[in-house]
Design a protein around this ligand. Structure first.
Ligand SMILES: [Zn+2]
Length: 54
């Protein structure tokens, strides 16, 4: 499994974020919810985790 890319978070990464001002990163569902609120961020569920993201 992939780990969340956010500092200090070792939860399983389930979503890839496409961030216009930074590199793409994979994060857990909790971090995805927070980061995807920002304008221009696109969240893409990882294969096998399609149910982790509405
Ligand atoms: Zn996280």
């Amino acid at each position: 499994m992939a780990e969340c890319a956010e500092d200090g978070c070792d939860a399983e990464a389930v979503v890839e974020l496409h961030v216009p001002w930074a590199d793409n990163r994979v994060v857990c569902a909790g971090h995805a919810r927070v980061i995807a609120r920002q304008d221009g961020v696109v969240a893409d569920p990882l294969d096998g985790h399609e149910d982790a993201w509405p």
